[in-house]
Design a protein around this ligand. Structure first.
Ligand code: 4AD
Ligand code: MG
Length: 433
C-alpha cells in the first residue's frame, strides 16, 4: 500500500491491476444506484472513476459518498481494477472514501449561457477544456523561455507604470500616479530598446494593456506580451528570430501537449508543418492579392480580420507581411530606403482568420527623422526625452517584436474566442471576477 497520494495520471499509467492507491481531488461527476456510488474524481492530471460500494467501505464513508455533490473535495483509497468502460481503462474500487469539504450545488451545469459562464469564471476554469488550454499556454511560455535562453537572450523586467505611450494615445489606460498622470504599459518595447544597448539581446514577458473598445474575438484589454529586442539585427534577422521562436513553440506544444490538443479537437496535421522559413510578402503584394479577390483595398489602409483571412487563404503556416505604409504604423520604425513610403517592419499573420500574432520592426536610429515624424503626428517630445537619448549615445541598428501570447494560444488551440486563452479575461464589458 502506498501512503502517499498518487496523481490520477500516475495511477492510470501504473497499469497495476490490483494495486492499492490513494488519490485526492474533486468530484467531477457522480451518480448512485442504491448500493453503489460512481464518483469520477478529477485532479490536475486527469479523471478516474471511483466505485464506492456499500459493502466495500465503512458505513460512514458510503454515506459521505452518497451525499457529496459535484466539486466536493475528497480523498479515496482503493484497489485499481481494469474496466474497459471507465475513462482511462481503469476504475478505483474504494476501500475508504472521505470528504475534505462538501460542495454546495455547483452552479455550472451543461448548456449555460456564455455570460453566465463568464460571471462564474472562477469556477468555470475547473473545466477540462480550460485546464487543457492552460496547459498548452504553460508550454507556450516554457518553450519560449527555452528558445530565448538557447539563443543568447537575457530575460529582463521592464516597468508596467509608464509616462509615455508606445502604441499611440487612443488605447491608453490612464491612472493617477500621486500628483502626475501615468499609463499602464501597452508594450515594453521602448524599455527593451534601452536594455538592448546593455545586454544586446533581451526579452520580456509582461502584461500589456489596451483600452480598445473593439469587441472582437481577438482583442483583450489586458494581455500577456512576449517581446524581444536585438541590437545589431535588421528587419530580416528579426523575422528569422520570430519564425524560429514560433516554430519551436508550436513543435513543443505538439510533442508535450498532444493529449490536450486532441481533447480540444485541434487538427494537429497543419501545426506539424510549422517550421522556418515562413513566407514573406510585401504589403503592396497583399493589396494586389486583396484586389485580385475582388476586395476594395486601397494602398494606405490597415488590414482587418477579413483582409488577413484573405491574404493567408490556402496557407498552412503563418505569413509575414512586410513594408507597411508609414501612415498605418508607429513613428519609431525604420524607414525603408528602397521604398521610403514604407517602414522596415513585418506583421506575422496566422491563417484561417486567427490573424496577427506578432508585430515587429527595425527601429529608427536617426534622431532627426524621428523628431520630425513626432512633430508631424503632434506627439509631445518631453515624455520621450529618454527614448530619443538612446539615438544620441551610440545607437546601433536594432530590431524587435511583440507576440501576443493569447493570440498564439488561440491559434494553436483553435479557439473561437481569445477570452478562452486567459483564465480571467478582461474585455471592455468585463473586469469581474
Ligand atoms: O502590434 P503591436 O501593437 O506591437 C507592439 O506593441 C510593438 N511595440 C511590439 C514590439 O515591437 N516590441 O502588438 C504586438 C502584438 C500583436 O501582434 C498581437 O499579437 C498582440 O500584441 N496584441 C493583442 N493581443 C490581445 N489583445 C489585444 N488588444 C492586443 N493588441 C495587440
Ligand atoms: Mg500590430
Amino acid at each position: 500500500m502506498k501512503n502517499q497520494f498518487s496523481s490520477v495520471r500516475d495511477v492510470l499509467k501504473s497499469d497495476e491491476d490490483g494495486g492499492v492507491f490513494r488519490v485526492h481531488g474533486w468530484i467531477y461527476r457522480t451518480r448512485s444506484s442504491g448500493s453503489i456510488v460512481f464518483a469520477v474524481i478529477r485532479d490536475s492530471t486527469g479523471i478516474i472513476q471511483c466505485t464506492v460500494k456499500k459493502s466495500g467501505v465503512p458505513e460512514e464513508d458510503f454515506r459521505s459518498a452518497e451525499r457529496a455533490l459535484v466539486e466536493s473535495s475528497v480523498e479515496v483509497e482503493g484497489v485499481l481494477k481494469k474496466d474497459r468502460r471507465a475513462p482511462g481503462g481503469y476504475e478505483l474500487v474504494a476501500r475508504s472514501f472521505s470528504v475534505v469539504s462538501y460542495a454546495d450545488p455547483f452552479p455550472i451545469t451543461e448548456n449555460q449561457s456564455e455570460p453566465f459562464l463568464l460571471d462564474n469564471r472562477h469556477l468555470w476554469i475547473r473545466s477540462r477544456e480550460q485546464a487543457a488550454i492552460m496547459k498548452v499556454k504553460e508550454t507556450v511560455l516554457q518553450a519560449s523561455r527555452e528558445w530565448f535562453a538557447a539563443s543568447g537572450f537575457y530575460e529582463v523586467t521592464p516597468p508596467i507604470l509608464t509616462t509615455n505611450a508606445c502604441e499611440g494615445g487612443t488605447t491608453l489606460f490612464q491612472l493617477k500616479y500621486f500628483d502626475q498622470n501615468a499609463y499602464l504599459s501597452q508594450s515594453a518595447q521602448m524599455y527593451l530598446e534601452a536594455l538592448s544597448f546593455t545586454l544586446e539581446r533581451v526579452f520580456a514577458l509582461t502584461p500589456s494593456f489596451r483600452a480598445e473598445k473593439s469587441r472582437t474575438p481577438r482583442h483583450l484589454t489586458e494581455y500577456w506580451h512576449l517581446e524581444g529586442e536585438e541590437a545589431w539585427v535588421r528587419n530580416e534577422g528579426n523575422m528569422e528570430i520570430q519564425e524560429e521562436l514560433v516554430s519551436h513553440i508550436v513543435q513543443s506544444v505538439l510533442t508535450r501537449r498532444r493529449e490536450e490538443l486532441e481533447f480540444l479537437k485541434r487538427d494537429t496535421a497543419e501545426l506539424a508543418l510549422v517550421s522556418p522559413p515562413f513566407e514573406r510578402i510585401t504589403y503592396s503584394k497583399a493589396i494586389d492579392i486583396l484586389k485580385g479577390r475582388g476586395r476594395n483595398a486601397e494602398w494606405g489602409e490597415d488590414f482587418g480580420t477579413e483582409e488577413e483571412r484573405i491574404i493567408t487563404e490556402g496557407k498552412d503556416r503563418p505569413v509575414f507581411v512586410t513594408n507597411f505604409p508609414k501612415e498605418v504604423k508607429a513613428f519609431y520604425m525604420k524607414e525603408d530606403e528602397e521604398d521610403p513610403r514604407t517602414y522596415r517592419c513585418a506583421d506575422l499573420i496566422a491563417p484561417h482568420g486567427f490573424g496577427e500574432l506578432i508585430g515587429g520592426s527595425e527601429r529608427e536610429t536617426d534622431v532627426r527623422k524621428m523628431m520630425e515624424r513626432m512633430e508631424q503626428q503632434s506627439i509631445p517630445l518631453e515624455p520621450y526625452r529618454w527614448y530619443l537619448d538612446l539615438r544620441r549615445f551610440g545607437s546601433v541598428p536594432h530590431s524587435g517584436f511583440g507576440m501576443g501570447v493569447e493570440r498564439v494560444v488561440r491559434w494553436i488551440c483553435g479557439l473561437e474566442h481569445i477570452r478562452d486563452a486567459v483564465p480571467f479575461p478582461r474585455t471592455p464589458s468585463r473586469i469581474y471576477p
